[in-house]
Structure formats: C-alpha cells, structure tokens
Write a protein that binds this ligand. Structure first.
Ligand code: PEP
Length: 250
C-alpha cells in the first residue's frame, strides 16, 4: 500500500517571504502519516530544499522540458529541477495544456524525462465543462491517461491527478459520485495496462477547489488517494486542515 499524498500547487505565486508558510507546515508535521508535497515556483526550489532539509515535507516543481538540457531559452530540464531539490514535478496541468497547447504526447515525453532524472511525475488530466456536458468526460480522460503515461511509469514514479478543468480555481468541486466514477475508470485503465499488482497501487489524486471544508467528503470517495490543492496550499492555515483530513481518512 502506498502512502496517501497531499500535494500543493503554488502555481505562479510566492517569493522568499512565502517560505515562512512552508516552515509552518513542516513544523506542524514532524513525522506525517501521509506524504506531503509542495510544488513551488522554480525560483524557490533551492531555498526551500535547504530550509526543509531536516523535514519530511517534499518539494516539487510544476513543469519540465522533455530534454535534459540544451538551447531552450527560459525552460528547465528535469535534472536541473532535481539538482535544485525537487523530488517530483507536476506535468500536464490543465493550465499548461490550455495556455501552452501541451498535448498528451508532450506530457508523456516530459514524464519520461522526469523519470530519467529520478523525479516522480505527477500527471494531471481532466475534462472541460463542455466535454462533460457532451457526455465525453470518460473518453477525454481515457485518451489523456493512455497517451500521457510513458512505459517508464510505475506506482513509485508516477501519480495521477484527476482535475476537472471546470473545478480548478472556481470554487466548484466535482460531487462524490462524479469523482468515484472517474477514479474507478482510471483504476480500471491502469489495471488493464499495468496489471493487477501495479494498477491498484498507483496513487489517484483529486484536484479542483479542495478546501478545508470539503476535504473529508472527497477523501471518503473510493479510489481517492489524496489531493492536488491549488489555492488552499498557499497558506499553512488552509493547507494543514486538508493534510489532517487526509491523515484521518486512512
Ligand atoms: C490546481 O491548480 O491544481 C488546483 C486544483 O487548483 P485549486 O485547488 O485552486 O482549484
């Protein structure tokens, strides 16, 4: 059994002053019963990893290039993120799929690069509102899962986050039946591809407006192994109750 995972995505937020929030989270969880990961802007990785060297809090990045190095101005290779202290990287977030045209093929190549650098790939997928209303949510998710995961994916190197696009940053959350349907579908797809030992061991996170007041209900849904949290991961005051809810759901 893999440990549950509470992951935060700070997006393009945070300066060195924000590291105080990380210190508060680390101080309150000296030996967490679950994994806790904060995916920070790349500018904060080195200072955060130095600050948290003695803690169990893990640090991640939010994207990487498919090549390890080269003439790609402004980009960051997975080995550079690992060198700065990241142990994981978010890939295929819907904001990147939408704003930068990232396809599932591109996400797969990035995930392969992340694995080669020893990083856990936290691969995001999810349907838009129009796709859900057209009854296409499961088809979209199937394509995203099947294409975005490289053959290097294992339950140890890869985490999947189901994030309905319409629930990200909107205050809307998928209801428990919707989450159960998609997570059950993902579990079946993973088991079909990776087998009955590995398929059930992949961690499936839910993401989309997870907050202290809805976390427990979401964590009670079958096949939810944790959360990817955006806005509510920016402060210890909002993130710690979510960590507690996940610990209590074990
Ligand atoms: C996210 O950005 O991955 C996310 C889930 O954001 P929020 O929790 O703010 O909806």
């Amino acid at each position: 059994m893999q440990r549950k995972l509470a992951a935060g995505n700070w997006k393009m937020n945070g300066t060195r002053a924000s590291l105080a929030e990380l210190e508060k989270i680390a101080a309150s969880r000296k030996a967490p019963a679950i994994d806790v990961l904060l995916c920070l802007p790349a500018t904060l990785l080195s200072s955060a990893s130095a600050l948290l060297a003695e803690s169990h809090l893990m640090i991640g990045a939010q994207d990487c290039h498919a090549e390890p190095s080269g003439a790609f101005t402004g980009d960051l290779g997975a080995p550079m993120l690992a060198d700065a202290g990241a142990t994981a990287v978010i890939l295929g977030h819907s904001e990147r799929r939408a704003a930068y045209g990232e396809t599932s093929d591109a996400v797969r190549d990035k995930a392969r690069a992340a694995h080669a650098a020893g990083l856990t790939a936290l691969i995001c997928l999810g349907e838009t509102l129009a796709e859900r209303e057209a009854q296409r949510a499961l088809d979209i998710i199937t394509e995203q899962l099947e294409t975005s995961l490289p053959d290097t994916a294992t339950p140890e190197t890869t985490v999947i986050a189901y994030e309905p696009v319409w629930a990200i940053g909107t205050g809307l959350t998928a209801d428990p039946d919707q989450i159960a349907e998609v997570h059950g579908h993902l579990r079946r797809l993973l088991t079909r591809r990776f087998g009955t030992e590995q398929g059930p061991a992949f961690r499936l996170l839910y993401g989309g407006s997870v907050k202290p007041d809805n976390a427990a209900a979401i964590f009670a849904v079958p096949d939810v192994d944790g959360a990817l949290v955006g806005g509510a991961s920016l402060t210890a005051a909002a993130f710690l109750p979510i960590v507690t809810a996940l610990e209590d759901s074990r």
